[in-house]
Write a protein that binds this ligand. Structure first.
Ligand code: ATP
Length: 257
């Protein structure tokens, strides 16, 4: 069992806060969705977890049964909205590259199983430029799984995909979680979140304003048991940001002294 613990992340760009105390946890086998409007801090949070950005403060750790806390970097695969594949390498060559880079032994049967599972067998000799966006994402996920990432991070994975590719990707994500991987994804799409996520962290103005199952979120905002995620989300993200206003007021007061 692997648990990702994100504690009190703060990050500012040019003095402007993007993250203002982001905390959440997720465990093996879960799909955790960071759901929030544009600019809420989702990508910044994911890039910090992946080690691509250094937070100003806060902690990120991966707790694995038996060996305590260690940095999240390494066991985590990050897939940006548009995965970076190598223009000159075919799908098969991408997998060979991962096997070499991670010094994997006996990787071919595993690669063949992954290619089969993600329906890439017809495109193993194809270059990224000739793949669809959905196929490029699947190649990136296959690379992550080949090297055995415990945590797969997907930034806005459904953006730009057609309905068929969305359906396929949903099933890939479900399969990933069923195989014991923790999937952390960012999205502003309510439908996919409602269908896929075991836990939802509603992100707003650099904070997680509520976190839990849909039922727990409904309870948190005191909405009826049949309230949609949309009404829960709007209630949470339209509420005045009292803590933010208080912090701003304190800053202004400090500046005036
Ligand atoms: P979206 O859904 O639009 O992708 P998001 O929730 O992923 O939004 P972030 O991309 O994390 O939000 O951005 C949070 C805030 O930080 C925004 O105000 C954004 O402009 C700012 N920001 C993010 N990255 C940078 C950067 N490299 N330099 C300056 N500001 C940044």
């Amino acid at each position: 069992m692997t648990t990702l613990v994100v504690k009190d992340l703060h990050k500012a760009f040019g003095g402007k806060p993007a993250l203002r105390g982001v905390s959440f946890e997720g465990s093996s086998g879960q799909v955790l969705a960071l759901l929030g409007p544009n600019g809420a801090g989702k990508t910044t949070t994911l890039r910090c977890i992946a080690g691509l950005l250094v937070p100003d403060s806060g902690e990120i750790s991966l707790l694995t049964d038996g060996d305590g806390a260690r940095p999240a970097r390494g066991a985590v695969a990050f897939l940006p909205e548009e995965p970076d594949l190598y223009a000159g390498l075919t799908v098969e060559e991408h997998l060979r590259f991962i096997a070499l880079a991670y010094r994997l032994r006996d990787w071919r049967p595993r690669a063949a199983a992954l290619i089969d599972r993600f329906q890439l067998s017809g495109v193993t000799d194809t270059l990224p430029s000739d793949l669809s966006q959905g196929q490029r994402r699947k190649v990136a996920i296959t690379m992550a799984l080949l090297h055995g990432a415990h945590v797969v991070i997907l930034d806005e994975p459904f953006n730009g995909l057609d309905p068929k590719a969305v359906r396929e990707l949903r099933s890939v994500i479900r399969d990933l979680a069923a195989s014991g991987v923790l999937v952390v994804l960012s999205t502003h799409r309510l439908e996919e979140t409602e269908v896929l996520a075991d836990r939802i962290a509603v992100t707003h103005q650099g904070r997680i304003v509520a976190e839990g199952t849909l039922g727990e979120l409904r309870d948190a905002v005191r909405l009826a048991g049949d309230a949609t995620l949309e009404s829960v989300f709007l209630t949470l993200t339209e509420a005045p940001d009292e803590q933010g206003a208080a912090e701003q007021g304190a800053d202004e007061q400090g500046a005036g002294e």
